[in-house]
Design a binder for this molecule. Structure first.
Ligand code: UD1
Ligand code: UDP
Length: 358
């Protein structure tokens, strides 16, 4: 079968890495990069170090408003889908690249398959929630990472084509964890040792576009009393500068500001961190996979099992809640098995192979 996979933003390159490699053993894959992320540190580095095949198309869409970015992607993707005439269009996660491809594919012939279906924050203010709900409702094949995600689909009346293969990001972590330990020199480069630092990432619109939230978060990070490694997403750097908070972060002796790092370095940092503070979706579950305590700088999460199991604490941008969670020494409970067994990519490819077109 001919499968056209669409990626565009950092987490999608990582999700595509195990799936693409499994897919290419059985099918023809055409890889399309929308160009949503284009900096070397948000895009190129992942293709180089993870050996993801070079995209067959880069649509070069770049940054813009949600409408302009999504519309531009749709127009260009429509041409590629018309030319390539794939059997299946495969999309990942919840970005504007996901939604653009879903809308285009659902109005053309190919089947639409969605990896990471059924996740819900139930916060309709979040652009990603709009993207994922609409994508799920356009999809023919839905790959849910957990039973609770499959149940969310069921509740919305989506009964057909739902599979629960597990989480492809777990596959990815298992595939690189040891290599990251062997090859990454990031801890030595930063002069740090395991368990002596906090890792932090912030990029969610709710935090970068609300400067009082942003200020509360960086102030608490600066007060954490331990080194905080902070790989800064360009969106967050822009917001910190505009909000007049850049020097608070850049001049703080506890905060180690670095550019966004490649996956091997990030996995090494997360593996070695004493805990992580993040508003990322992916990092919450990667922390769980790597036995790292997670403090989530959001008011709700799609990865509810990580909170229910006691491995993740939701603190929003509340100063006291952040401070308490950054200092907590409460022992972590026994770790349940969530999100599959690290073979999600194989199961997805199996389903794509056996799904009956007619
Ligand atoms: C996007 C996704 C988000 C995902 C995140 C992963 C949407 C709506 N959001 O958010 O779900 O969690 O990617 O990191 O799709 N920029 C650069 N260089 C780049 C890319 C972006 O400087 O290579 C800057 C631009 O100023 C841009 C801003 O970052 O306007 C935001 O980029 P965009 O892709 O629109 O959204 P993200 O915040 O990255
Ligand atoms: N990541 C990375 N380098 C960084 C920060 C994150 O490689 O500097 C990886 C991380 O391991 C995870 C993914 O990027 O796999 C998460 O992406 P992000 O937080 O940007 O998006 P989200 O998951 O919130 O959509």
């Amino acid at each position: 079968r001919k499968i056209l996979s669409v990626v565009g933003a950092r987490p999608q390159f990582i999700k595509a890495f195990p799936v693409s490699s499994a897919l290419r053993r059985h099918h023809d894959e055409v890889l399309v990069h929308t160009g949503q992320h284009y900096d070397e540190s948000l895009s190129g580095v992942f293709f180089d170090e993870l050996d993801i095949p070079k995209p067959d198309y880069n649509l070069g869409v770049g940054s813009g408003s949600h409408a302009a970015q999504t519309a531009e992607m749709m127009v260009r993707l429509d041409e590629v889908i018309a030319d390539e005439d794939p059997d299946i269009v495969l999309v990942y996660g919840d970005t504007n690249s996901t939604l653009a491809a879903a809308l285009v594919a659902s109005k053309r012939d190919p089947l639409l398959a969605h990896v990471e279906a059924g996740l819900r924050s139930h916060n309709w203010e979040m652009p990603e929630e709009v993207n994922r709900v609409l994508t799920d409702h356009c999809s023919d094949l839905l790959f849910a990472p957990s039973e609770s995600a499959a149940l969310a689909l069921e509740r919305e009346g989506i009964h057909d084509g739902v599979y629960v293969p597990g989480d492809v990001q777990y596959d990815a972590i298992l595939q690189v964890r040891n290599t990251a330990r062997e090859r990454s020199t990031i801890l030595e480069d930063l002069g740090l040792r395991d368990d002596e630092y906090i890792l932090a990432t912030v990029h969610r619109a709710a935090n970068t576009d609300d400067w009082s939230r942003l200020e509360a978060i960086v102030t608490e990070l600066a007060e954490a009393g331990r080194p905080v490694v902070f790989p800064v997403h360009p969106r967050t750097e822009n917001a910190l500068r505009e909000a007049g908070l850049w020097s608070l972060v850049a001049d703080d002796e506890n905060i180690l500001l670095v550019d966004p790092v490649g996956y091997l370095d990030f996995v090494r940092l997360l593996d070695g961190a004493e805990r992580v503070a993040t508003d990322s979706g992916g990092v919450q579950k990667e922390a769980f996979y790597l036995d790292t305590r997670c403090v989530t700088l959001r008011d709700e999460t799609e990865w509810v099992e990580t909170v229910d199991s006691g491995w993740n604490t939701l603190v929003g941008a509340d100063p006291l809640a952040i401070r308490t969670a950054l200092q907590s020494t409460e022992p972590l409970p026994e770790k349940p098995s969530l999100y599959g067994d690290g073979r999600a990519a194989d199961r997805i490819v199996e389903a794509l192979s056996s799904f009956d077109h007619e």
